[in-house]
Design a protein around this ligand. Structure first.
Ligand SMILES: Nc1ncnc2c1ncn2[C@@H]1O[C@H](COP(=O)(O)OP(=O)(O)OP(=O)(O)O)[C@@H](O)[C@H]1O
Ligand SMILES: [Mg+2]
Length: 582
């Protein structure tokens, strides 16, 4: 299942560097409409209410005039005043309802977009994550969507109300004298051209401002995730300055947008005043020549003044919509990505898949696998087999590509050439969720998620019972520590597990993988942070695990390697297999 309509193989719009600059495919009104369409009923209702409210407001002066005339003529004016009050209250109520509908629609649009963006972010292939900055993704989901909300909730309806009132005034002017109206059109078109150019600038500036805000969030995020290193390096000042530079860039782009925005209204006022003078001059001459009567000219001029309000409304709305489009551009970039293809479940449920039951060890084979990251060749014809129930150690110098082998097994990336087989079946053919549920993966960094111990331990197996979890704590030599915790499994582990020691984090990560009862367990330097005793316990556990799971362990330490059944030596992109440890 792909998450968007983008076709497989189509280049995704966001490359490594272009999160920083603006690719040419600007967001258009049709893109905005795509997101607003589900809310069209609420927006239509708001529009109708706005028009009724405007009508109520227009009638009130007439009624006031009637009441005054009636009172002067000693007539009963109670009815007129009651009607006036009703209109007054009605207008206020309509205004409240319309404003609520608009804001709710804005919130709804933002909610839908955020749902999609969050899903897309989490389903983005790892190779795409390599190219995005986390903070920039956060900023797209957070601030870009907030900016979009304003253009939905006020921009769209203001623009529509403005257009409708404008059309009304135009119709009446054409009805009165179309040749005079032609003059108005000339002036308005001239101003419209100017405003059009200005609006494009506003959208561009808004995109830039949002890009800078994204960069700022990304910079702050990366500083925060290494905050201890930042503090220990006395780098707070330097980091503050570096990140603040992004703030200044966002400010400059914002001011550029404000400067352009400030041009919009004067341009439109100039157009209406200019057309007023034009009509006055030409109309005056025609009245003098006797080919236009004075009353028509006067009412035409009155209607011309009525043009000003809707034009100002449209101009304001257009500039707010353009700002929203700037944000939408960044939203679109993310939503235009292609989520990982998780493959359809097999048509025939009886078809043997990766494993028939949990805990069934599997055989893993790499056959002439080639793989490179952009310009870095890593594997160049790697071939090896790890039989079921084997404990294999992968060794090789730092940067040789050991972790990359795990990434390929997890299908974070696809090999450029060659195939990977699990139980003699090519892994590409199995739906990803099922495939990955057969594999346990303990990352080199052993990341811990925000939350409590229980949530962390059953992350890969949300249905695991407490006794199963505690059992894995025993296996990973964590039980004594766990037993000393007053809150037990409810113990909070802080953001990224900051309240834990490196060794605890590592063993929790191993326990987390074990809870899910994998058939193949990938461990990336699982004992790097452990002391001799804990290491021996973990290794003993790993050896015992062979009965129900195949183990692939990246190791530097002799003790870890020494316990293995075979050693895969990775060098120059190829693997040599030894079954006896020297
Ligand atoms: N996401 C990535 N994008 C681009 N290059 C990468 C990426 N990950 C790793 N590399 C490069 O690929 C090579 C292999 O990296 P890998 O992480 O697999 O090494 P390793 O054998 O696990 O090293 P170590 O023992 O230090 O963990 C390295 O040269 C590294 O710079
Ligand atoms: Mg590594």
């Amino acid at each position: 299942m792909t998450l968007t309509d983008q076709r497989p193989g189509e280049p995704s719009p966001l490359g490594k560097h272009d999160a920083e600059c603006v690719p040419p495919d600007r967001a258009r009104l049709s893109d905005l409409w795509e997101h607003v369409r589900p809310m069209r009923r609420s927006l239509a209702t708001a529009l109708v209410l706005a028009l009724i409210g405007a009508g109520f407001a227009l009638v009130q002066p007439l009624l006031v005039m009637r009441a005054i005339q009636g009172a002067a003529g000693a007539e009963a004016v109670g009815g007129v005043i009651a009607l006036l009050i009703a209109l007054f209250v009605g207008e206020a109520l309509i205004d409240a309802a319309q404003s609520f509908l608009l804001q709710r629609s804005g919130e709804q649009v933002v909610r839908r977009i955020r749902h999609r963006m969050i899903r897309m972010t989490l389903f983005l292939p790892i190779s795409r994550h390599d190219r995005f900055r986390n903070g920039d993704l956060l900023s797209r989901v957070g601030t870009d969507t907030t900016l979009l909300r304003a253009s939905v909730s006020s921009g769209i309806v203001d623009a529509l109300v403005g257009v409708v009132s404008l059309l009304g005034a135009i119709a009446l002017m054409i009805y009165l004298d179309w040749s005079l109206f032609a003059l108005v059109i000339v002036a308005v078109l001239a101003a419209g051209t100017v405003v059009g150019v200005v609006l494009t600038g506003i959208q561009r500036a808004s995109e830039q401002a949002q890009d800078r805000v994204g960069a700022m969030t990304a910079d702050l995020d990366s500083s925060l995730s290494a905050i201890r290193t930042v503090v220990a390096s006395n780098a707070q000042d330097r980091e503050t300055r570096r990140i603040s530079a992004r703030v200044d860039e966002a400010y400059e782009a914002g001011v550029r947008a404000a400067r352009l925005d400030a041009l919009v209204n004067p341009a439109m006022t100039l157009a209406t005043n200019g057309s007023f003078l034009l009509v006055l001059g030409v109309g005056g001459v025609r009245v003098a020549g006797g080919d236009l009567d004075l009353a028509t000219l006067v009412s035409f001029l009155l209607y011309l003044t009525l043009l000003v309000m809707p034009i100002a409304l449209i101009a304001g709305a257009a500039s707010s919509i353009k700002e929203g489009l700037g944000a939408l551009h960044r939203i679109k970039q993310l939503l235009g990505e292609r989520g990982e293809d998780h493959g359809a479940p097999p048509d025939d449920p009886a078809e043997p898949l990766i494993r028939r039951r949990p805990d069934a060890p599997v055989e893993l084979e790499f056959r002439d696998v080639h793989f490179r990251y952009d310009d870095t060749p890593v594997l160049e014809g790697a071939s090896f087999t790890v039989p079921a129930r084997a404990y294999a150690a992968i060794v090789g110098r730092s940067g040789a590509g050991k972790t990359t082998i795990f990434s390929l097994v997890e299908q974070f990336y696809r090999p450029d050439r060659g195939i990977i087989l699990l139980n003699r079946r090519e892994i590409g053919g199995v739906p990803l969720p099922e495939y990955r549920s057969a594999i346990g993966y303990v990352q080199q960094e052993a990341p811990i998620l925000w939350g409590n111990l229980r949530d962390n331990l059953r992350f890969a197996a949300p249905d695991a019972a407490d006794h199963e979890i505690i059992d894995t704590l025993r296996q990973t030599h964590l039980y004594d520590w766990y037993a000393s915790l007053p809150d037990g499994l409810d113990t909070h582990v802080g953001d990224r597990g900051v309240t834990l020691s490196g060794g605890q984090r590592q063993r929790i990560a191993i326990a987390r993988a074990l809870v899910a009862k994998p058939s193949l367990l990938l461990l990336d330097e699982p004992t790097a942070h452990l002391d001799g005793e804990a290491e021996a316990a973990v290794i003993a556990t790993l050896r015992r695990l062979r009965a129900r799971c195949t183990l692939l362990v990246i190791a530097h330490r002799r003790s870890t390697i020494g316990s293995s059944d075979l050693v895969l030596d990775l060098e120059a992109g190829r693997v040599t297999t030894r079954s006896d440890e020297p």
